[in-house]
Design a protein around this ligand. Structure first.
Ligand code: DGJ
Length: 717
C-alpha cells in the first residue's frame, strides 16, 4: 500500500485535505469564500500537521488592507480579495460577467488525488480542479471549466498556482535560441511578477522548460527549490510572483490566443497539466521528473539503440550507394538504428520545396526506399525515417492543390520560416491527408522510428483570412495523430524535433519516445543544453550524437573523447560521415559505441549527479545507480582553470556509507601535457567513501582545455 493510501483523505479537520506520496505533502484548506487554497507543498509532513499548518498560515487583517486579507487559493479572483495575478479571467462577449467567484461544491480526496468542484451560479461557470501527488512526489494540477450559461463565455486566462516558501530568494529559468536551447538565467525573486511567455505556437527554443524558485544560491547539490513545468506543446505562460501580503507562488497554464478561450453555451475547456517538483537541490527536483517519466506504461523500456542519423553526413544529397556505404560503416561500429533524414520525398532536393508531398521521390529513389530499408535490415539495424508532417512548402503539390490548408489570419500568408508554412492540422481534410500519407509509408516499409520535425515558429495561425486562431486546436490534433499512429503501430518509436529542441515538453513526451535535444552537436555547448534539458527530461530520452571533429554549427574542432563523453549521458548516436574515416578511426568510434552499450542501462535508470564546482572552467556530472552501487562521472576541463593543477573536485550523490573504487575508464591513452608527472592516484588502487567523495573529493587529472575524463566509481564489497 502506498503511504498516500493510508493518509489521503483522512483529513485531520473537515476543512483540510492532506495528500502524502513520494516524499511530498500537499495540504489544501477550504476557504470561507472561493475555492480552497494550497497552504503547503513540499517535503512530507506528519498527517497530524495539516490543520495546524493551515491555521498557522492564516493572515491577520492589517491597516490599509481589505477586511479579509487575501490568501492564495485555487483560481483566485478579485472577489476573494485577491489583487495579484488572478487564477482565472474571462467575461461574456458583451463585456459583462467578468466578476467571478466560485463556491466550493465538493472537495473529494481519493488515494493521492483530490478533486475540487466549484460553481459560480451568478456567472454561469463551473469548474473542476484536479490535484495529484504522484508516486515520484510531483504535484500535478489541471482544471476544467464549464460554461453553464446560455451565452458564450470568453476565457482570457487560466493559471494554476503553486505556493513556494517565502524564503525563496532566487528565480531560475532558461532561455535560448536555435543551436543554444535552455541556457540558464537567474535573478532575485523580488516583489512583483517575473513572467515568461511562449507565443511561437510551439514552446520555442527560448521558452523556459522550468520556472524555479529557491533559497539564495541554490544549486544542483543542495538548497531548497520548487519549480513548475507546463505540459503543453503550444503557447504557454509561467510566472513567479511575490505579493506584499505574504504570498509567493509560481503559476502556469496555456496562453490562449484571442478567441481560443471562447466557450459556447455548454462548452468546456481543460487546461494542460501543470507539474510541480521540489528538492533539496536541482538534482533531487529533476530526479522526481525522471522517476515519473520512467514509470509511464509507454516509457521505452528496451536499451536505447545506438542511432546513426544521416543529416550532417549527407544533408540533402541523397544517393543510394553513398547512403548504403554510410549504413555499412555504421553497422561496422555497432550502430543499431539508421535514420534517413530530410531529403527523401517528392521534390525535396533542398529546403525550398517538397514539404507536404509525402511520397518517395522516384527520381532519386526509383525503387522507392526498399533498397536502403532492406540493406539496413540486412545489416541488423532498425530503419527510421524523418518527416515534418505539419509543414508545407509553397513549391509542393499540396500547396498548389490545397492553399486553404495553410494557416493564415489574413489574405497574405504569414512571414515564411525556412521557406515554409504551417499546415492547419485541425482542418479534418488536412489531418486525414497527412494521416493517410504516414499510414501508407508505415504500411509499405518496415519503419521502427519516425523523427518528427517542426522547423518554424507558428505565426498568424488563423484557419483562413479573417479566421480563428488554431494553435490550441492544432496541438490537440497533433496529439491525436501521434496517439493514433502509435496505437496502430505498436512498437513504433517517435522522436520529437523542432529545429532541434524547440518543442520539448511533457505534453509531447506523452506521445513520443525521445527528443532531439538541439541541432548543435558541439559538446561544449551541449554540456549546458543537456544539463538544463535534463532538469525535466531523463537522459535516455535526450538524443545526443557524436559530431564530426569540426562541428558544423560552431566551427570548433573537438576531440572524439569530448564528444562521446558528453553524448554518453543521453540517447547516444552518431551524426558524422563515417564513410570518410579509415579503420583505426572507426575502431575508436566502435570502442565508444561499445562503452555506451555497457552503461546505457545504468544511464536509463540512474539518478542525476552534478557537482556544484566553484571553478567555472570545470564541469563534473554523472549518474548514480538507483541502489548506489555504481556511478559514472565525467570531469570536463571546459577552458583552462585559474589554478594549475586544478583543485580537488567533490563528487556528490553517492551513498556516504559505502566505499567506492575509483577508476579512469577513458580516454585510455591520454596525452599528458609536457612537464607533468602522472597523477598519483591514477596508477594505484583508490578507494574512497561516498562521504569522502562528496566532501574531500579527488584531484582530477591535468587536462588540456576541452579535455574530458570518464570515471567509474564502483562500490566495494
Ligand atoms: C532540423 C533538425 O533539427 C535537423 O536535425 C534535421 O532533421 C533538419 N531539420 C532537416 O531539415
Amino acid at each position: 500500500m502506498r503511504r498516500s493510501d493510508q493518509h489521503a483523505g483522512t483529513a485531520p479537520a473537515p476543512d483540510t485535505v492532506h495528500l502524502r506520496n513520494g516524499g511530498t505533502s500537499l495540504i489544501l484548506e477550504a476557504r470561507d469564500t472561493g475555492l480552497p487554497g494550497i497552504v503547503y507543498w513540499g517535503a512530507e509532513l506528519a498527517a497530524a500537521d495539516a490543520a495546524a499548518v493551515a491555521l498557522a498560515a492564516r493572515p491577520q487583517r492589517v491597516s490599509g488592507g481589505l477586511d479579509r486579507t487575501p490568501q492564495l487559493s485555487l483560481l483566485a479572483t478579485d472577489a476573494t480579495g485577491w489583487s495579484a495575478t488572478p487564477g482565472i479571467a474571462g467575461h461574456r462577449p458583451d463585456g459583462r460577467g467578468f466578476d467571478l467567484l466560485f463556491s466550493t461544491t465538493a472537495m473529494e480526496a481519493r488515494g493521492s488525488s483530490v478533486t475540487v468542484n466549484g460553481a459560480d451560479t451568478e456567472a454561469g461557470i463551473s469548474v473542476t480542479v484536479e490535484l495529484e501527488v504522484t508516486d515520484a512526489g510531483l504535484l500535478k494540477q489541471r482544471a476544467t471549466l464549464h460554461n453553464t450559461a446560455e451565452t458564450p463565455f470568453v476565457l482570457d486566462d487560466l493559471l494554476l498556482a503553486f505556493p513556494v516558501p517565502t524564503d525563496t530568494a532566487e528565480i531560475l529559468d532558461t532561455t535560448g535560441h536555435h543551436l543554444r536551447e535552455r541556457f540558464p538565467q537567474r535573478r532575485d525573486f523580488t516583489y512583483g511578477t517575473h513572467l515568461r511567455e511562449s507565443r511561437r505556437g510551439r514552446p520555442g527554443a527560448d521558452s523556459t522548460l522550468l520556472l524555479a524558485a529557491g533559497v539564495r544560491a541554490f544549486g544542483f547539490e543542495r538548497g531548497l527549490v520548487h519549480a513548475i513545468h507546463v505540459a503543453w506543446s503550444g503557447n504557454h505562460r509561467v510566472l513567479a510572483e511575490r505579493t506584499t501580503t505574504g504570498d509567493s507562488f509560481l503559476a502556469g497554464g496555456e496562453l490562449l490566443l484571442p478567441g481560443e478561450g471562447t466557450l459556447a453555451a455548454g462548452g468546456a475547456y481543460t487546461t494542460p497539466w501543470v507539474i510541480g517538483s521540489w528538492g533539496d537541490g536541482l538534482d533531487e527536483l529533476s530526479g522526481r521528473f525522471h522517476r515519473e517519466l520512467r514509470s509511464r506504461p509507454g516509457h521505452p523500456s528496451r536499451p536505447r539503440p545506438v542511432t546513426l542519423n544521416t543529416w550532417e553526413a549527407v544533408y540533402f544529397d541523397h544517393d543510394l550507394s553513398r547512403l548504403i556505404e554510410l549504413a555499412e560503416a555504421g553497422a561496422s561500429v555497432g550502430v543499431e538504428r539508421y535514420v534517413l533524414d530530410d531529403g527523401w520525398f517528392s521534390g525535396r532536393r533542398g529546403d525550398t520545396a517538397g514539404l507536404g508531398d509525402w511520397f518517395v521521390d522516384t527520381t532519386v529513389w526509383p525503387d522507392g526506399l526498399h533498397p536502403i530499408v532492406d540493406r539496413v535490415h540486412e545489416l541488423g539495424m532498425e530503419f527510421g525515417l524523418w518527416v515534418e508532417p505539419e509543414m508545407v512548402n509553397l513549391d509542393s503539390d499540396l500547396a498548389r492543390e490545397h492553399p486553404d490548408w495553410l494557416l493564415r489570419g489574413r489574405n497574405d500568408l504569414p512571414v515564411a520560416g525556412r521557406q515554409q508554412y504551417v499546415l492547419d492540422l485541425a482542418n479534418p481534410d488536412a489531418y486525414a491527408y497527412i494521416e493517410q500519407r504516414l499510414e501508407a509509408l508505415l504500411q509499405e516499409y518496415d519503419i521502427a522510428y519516425l523523427k518528427w520535425d517542426h522547423n518554424r515558429d507558428v505565426t498568424e495561425p488563423g484557419d483562413g483570412p479573417g479566421g480563428r486562431a488554431r494553435v490550441h486546436d492544432g496541438v490537440l490534433a497533433l496529439y491525436r495523430l501521434l496517439a493514433s499512429l502509435k496505437e496502430r503501430h505498436p512498437g513504433l518509436e517517435i522522436e520529437t524535433c523542432a529545429s532541434g529542441g524547440a518543442r520539448v515538453d511533457l505534453g509531447i513526451l506523452e506521445h513520443t519516445d525521445r527528443i532531439w535535444t538541439s541541432d548543435c552537436l558541439d559538446p561544449l555547448e551541449r554540456l549546458t543544453i543537456q544539463k538544463y534539458t535534463g532538469l525535466v527530461v531523463p537522459p535516455e530520452l535526450m538524443g545526443a550524437h557524436l559530431t564530426s571533429p569540426v562541428v558544423h554549427s560552431t566551427g570548433r574542432t573537438v576531440s572524439l573523447e569530448l564528444s562521446a563523453g558528453v553524448a554518453l549521458f543521453g540517447h547516444f548516436g552518431i551524426e558524422w560521415d563515417l564513410t570518410r574515416l579509415d579503420r583505426p578511426a572507426l575502431d575508436r568510434i566502435a570502442a565508444w559505441v561499445e562503452r555506451y552499450k555497457e552503461v546505457r542501462e545504468l544511464i536509463a535508470a540512474g539518478r542525476p549527479l552534478h557537482s556544484d564546482v566553484a571553478d567555472p572552467a570545470l564541469d563534473v556530472r554523472g549518474v548514480v545507480a538507483p541502489d548506489g552501487a555504481r556511478a559514472l562521472v565525467t570531469i570536463t576541463q571546459v577552458t583552462s582553470s585559474a589554478s594549475h593543477p586544478v583543485a580537488p573536485v567533490r563528487i556528490p550523490g553517492l551513498d556516504p556509507e559505502r566505499v567506492y573504487a575509483v577508476s579512469v575508464l577513458a580516454p585510455e591513452n591520454r596525452q599528458d601535457r609536457p612537464g607533468q608527472s602522472p597523477l598519483p592516484w591514477e596508477h594505484e588502487p583508490l578507494e574512497l567513501s561516498g562521504l569522502a567523495l562528496a566532501t574531500a573529493g579527488l584531484r582530477p587529472p591535468v587536462l588540456f582545455p576541452q579535455g574530458l575524463v570518464l570515471l567509474s566509481l564502483d562500490a566495494v564489497g
